[in-house]
Design a protein around this ligand. Structure first.
Ligand code: PGA
Length: 251
């Protein structure tokens, strides 16, 4: 299966000039990977998306957004940015359901299912993020929580979902930005579980990415885990040397 290394820039960097510099550095390293086997991507903030998309226009690197509106493609929705708008700027994918969106913006399954529909209507690849909290992990509830989060797909009419444009990112909330990660054995077990669940429920064989404190030191081991089809990288995607090493680990 094709591998994916996707950077999630979150609310970084502060200036357009810094985003431009990051995109230019990415363009240089992004010429190397073979896009048949490895897809590299980055997701800048909405406001920097246009600059980054322009810079990477002729590069094989995908640019994506970190979210899309659950509301319309256009209309009276103050403050929203639609999937159609980001696709128009050249975005190929969008993250949906990142734990920071769930936590700080109260995004629930109703909202998330609408976002997935809107992204697919705009022909964007969806990277649906799921993951358990520390409490849930420590109580041995991870599998139940992940199944529940994946069941958001049940809300969507089969005609409105495009399995060829869906990637799952498993990101334990307690591993995001903490320097902690599950053991390699745990990562393998969870990825196997997610693959099995999606296969039995939807007959789909989707790429499953791991996210949460991926860095240049652990990328190689994570890349060798069974069932890991790539990574979603936060902090380390802002440091070009680290991101480059992570890309190499999946090359
Ligand atoms: P991190 O973030 O790599 O900084 O832990 C990952 C993410 O939130 O997608």
């Amino acid at each position: 299966m094709k591998k994916y290394v996707i950077g999630n820039w979150k609310l970084n960097p502060a200036t357009q000039a810094e985003s431009l510099a990051l995109a230019q550095a990415l363009q240089e390293i992004g010429q190397k990977p073979n896009t048949n086997t490895l897809q590299v991507g980055c997701s800048p903030s909405f406001i920097h998306l246009s600059t980054v998309a322009q810079t990477l226009k002729t590069s094989p690197i995908w640019v994506g957004s970190q979210d899309v509106s659950a509301l319309g493609a256009t209309g009276a929705f103050t403050g929203d940015v639609s999937a159609v708008q980001v696709a128009d700027l050249g975005a190929k994918f969008t993250l949906i359901g990142h734990s920071e969106r769930r936590q700080y913006h109260g995004e629930d399954d109703k909202i998330l299912s609408q976002k997935i529909i809107n992204a697919h209507l705009a022909d964007l690849m969806v990277v649906l993020c799921i993951g358990e909290s520390l409490d849930e992990y420590q109580s041995g509830l991870a599998f139940n929580v992940l199944d529940k989060q994946l069941s958001v797909l049940h809300r969507i009419d089969k005609n409105q979902i495009n399995a060829n444009k869906l990637i799952i990112a498993y990101e334990p909330v307690w591993a995001i930005g903490t320097g902690l990660t599950p053991t390699l054995n745990e990562i393998e077990k969870i990825h196997t579980h997610i693959k099995h669940y999606l296969h039995t429920q939807y007959g789909a064989n989707l790429p499953i990415l791991y996210g949460g404190s991926v860095n240049d030191k652990n990328a190689h081991d994570i890349a060798n885990c069974q069932g890991v089809d790539g990574v979603l990288v936060g902090g380390a995607s802002l440091k070009i040397d680290s991101f480059s090493t992570i890309i190499q680990a999946f090359s």
